[in-house]
Design a protein. Structure first.
Length: 155
């Protein structure tokens, strides 16, 4: 599972010109699901996002997490985070999970993040979305469950 986090002062998702979700201060989370991912991976990555200290404290140091600043998360499914551009000029997306697994784990990720006390707004899975944001900093962080050592639960 992969997540691209952008610290924002506001973010909004529109589908066909209509707003479907928005947040004020918080994180825009672009979330990609891989074919080997499971609920365990979704839980581990959601915990990492909830606890990541990337917001400034009163001294200007990045010591505060999303919940500590009273922020929200806008989670948008983005299978293109699994793009493979090593060959040719057109990226391949075969490294992403299919839509059934992708949507299920996207929902699990959002539920777990919300259960940690963070208000979660969601884009519309599988829709053609327009995402507007004001990046704060800019401050952008890449998380990859493989690189973080969050592996699927052994069967």
């Amino acid at each position: 599972m992969r997540a691209l986090l952008q610290r924002v002062t506001r973010a909004e998702v529109k589908v066909e010109g209509q707003s479907v979700a928005s947040i004020a201060k918080g994180l825009l989370v672009l979330l990609g699901v891989g074919p080997a991912d499971d609920e365990w991976v979704a839980s581990g990555l959601a915990a990492k996002v909830a606890g990541l200290r990337i917001f400034a404290d009163s001294e200007g140091l990045t010591n505060l997490s999303l919940s500590e600043v009273g922020g929200s998360a806008l989670v948008v499914s983005q299978f293109t985070l699994y793009a493979d551009s090593r060959r040719g000029r057109r990226p391949s997306f075969v490294g992403a999970a299919g839509p059934v697994v992708g949507e299920r784990l996207y929902e699990v990720f959002c539920e777990i993040l919300a259960s940690s006390g963070i208000p979660v707004a969601q884009g519309r899975f599988g829709a053609d979305m327009a995402v507007e944001l004001v990046n704060d900093g800019p401050f952008t962080v890449w998380l990859d469950s493989d690189e973080l050592g969050i592996a699927p639960r052994p069967s």
